[in-house]
Write a protein that binds this ligand. Sequence first.
Ligand code: IVH
Length: 694
Amino acid sequence: MMLAGAGCGKAVACLQLMTTSASDPAARAADLRAQLQHHAHRYYVLDAPEIPDAEYDRLFQELQAIEAAHPELLTADSPTQRVLGKVLPGLVPVRHAVPMLSIRTETDTTAAGAEAFDARVRRELGLEADAPPVEYCAELKFDGLAINLRYERGVLVQATTRGDGETGEDVTQNIRTIGQIPLRLFGEAPELIEIRGEVYMRRDDFERLNERQREKGEKSFINPRNTAAGAVRQLDPAQVAAKKLSFFAYGLGDVQGWFQPATHSATLDAIAAFGVPVNGERAVVQGAEGLAAYHRRIAARRDALPFDIDGVVYKVNDIALQKQLGFVTREPRWAVAHKYPAQEQMTRLNDIEIQVGRTGKLTPVAKLEPVFVGGTTVSNATLHNLFELRRKKVRVGDTVIVRRAGDVIPEVVGVVPTARPRYVANFRMPRRCPVCGSAVVRERGGVDHRCTGGLFCAAQRKQALLHFAGRRAMDIEGLGDKLVDQLVDGGLIRTLPELYKLGVAKLAALDRMAEKSAANLVAALEQSKHTTLARFLYALGIRQVGEATAKDLAKHFGSLDRVMDASVEQLLEVPDVGPIVATSIRTFFEQPHNREVVEQLRAAGVRWDEHDGTADTAPRPLAGKTLVLTGTLPSLGREEAKALIEAAGGKVAGSVSKKTHYVIAGEEAGSKLDKARELGVPVLDEDGLRALLA
Ligand code: IVH
């Protein structure tokens, strides 16, 4: 009864909307634009979507359809106009209405940098020693490319690079491909406002891009900043759209018809309220001490940030004081950049070694003359693969550029061209695994060399164990690399399940292993047995299955057996799972020995609550199934039907394809029903749906 009632309510609302759209396309288009703008902001800027992607697509398509039928309703700020523009013959120069200045840099990376700036500000303001501290707004210094966004009456009309500060280049059509940058500002927009900030690339987006490049055997990019800057100045917007860029605003250019707040921090808040991304690490601090504390705090967080910064920026917060301080040459007296140690450094490449990974991949590793980079001393860096190494023309003895940013493994990104004092042979991959002597192969068309030894190879076995025991996997405390070396080298462990057969006596017999630590490890092993499906899937070390994918799989399928038996098609329905990942999972579970490992682990007592990852323990009869709703159901509203399907683990799609498992059809079902019949997809009515849900 309750469901039926609720359903009616929704149906009425829905009918009203439909009437609006049929009778007043202009109103419906405006409504859709507002909705899409809201959801795009939730998705791109706040990273907190309220509706599934499919629903967004549906709204988007509805708007596209209205605009196609009524071209006069099309507006420049319509979300449908974020489409790719033409390839340009060249970038057009644009004179800035207000010059884009740069700022002075304090290169002293200690607190002295902050003190020097504060002392200068105080002197120039004529403050006595006992005058209260100056208030500052402290921000991150993003490592990207400065961009000016010009909004007229709230609509983005032009985006320009900084250029020489007086004249930049028009990059509007490239900037329009960046989902985070609103084409129309929220709320009551000024007559004219230029918002300035930095286009940058997140580290994970950069890593993914390079991963793809390496897989294709193509040139990898050096760092996120060069990649973002290069992309923004591309002539072909399709190239830009493929890069996934981001944006943070940090200031203003020309402004007309707007009362700017009295402080810089309040100005940033206002910019954020317009829907433009502003970084949340900004802080209002007092005096030199406040600045130095901010510098220290951000230094400690630098590696954990999802993007590169090369320092922090301090700005006098009070706009009136900023005006009073003014400029020297082309730099404001009221702002300064305070640097951090560089994330790229030069050093000598002493040797190249081969490391054998968990999946047998042979990675050439650069042995470096130790160098301080990105805040730590680095003496090893990855060269990724033979092709990458060859492309970079790296040879032992060369001076190389090492990059270390965040928790990404340090890498050699390039060679500094210098004359080689003597001939150095080109590096070659060994034909036999340096650890186990098995043959080394390279898949046709692939870039990676692999040891064929599998778990016969001690290196692979060790890595597999360490991965299995890892904090994010089975989380077996105390099982570190020294112990794993002993267990594998001593022949105590050949397969993962054997881990759980280790007793205190066997362990205590090992080198440097006291009875107490042996007992602790056995307890840790026991404790690790109670885990989650996501952790277990991740722990298995299936190629291409990282933590995020493991979580998605657990959530989507709800049980291990369903994952093990899923077809490639079914796996492809999991969010973010593409053909390569799906095939890898399928291949893994097709191997009898892998299934055996799983069974032995289960037999050893490894267990989890089914449908883990989500707190709900309801049965998920529709896990892995895609349904399409069409027409009006007798008692269930569309949203209720959808909610019930999703609660049962199913997915509701907007259109019928070969991948659709069921079409649920009600009164006045249209083309979707025809399509289902054409493709032979089973068609059910509401009772049929209820039967599935039960
Ligand atoms: S303020 C008049 N704030 O650093 C002040 N700049 O020379 C204008 N940058 O290339 C700049 N993060 O693009 C400011 N939070 C931030 C910044 C920032 C990065 C860049 C800017 C310019 C350089 C400053």
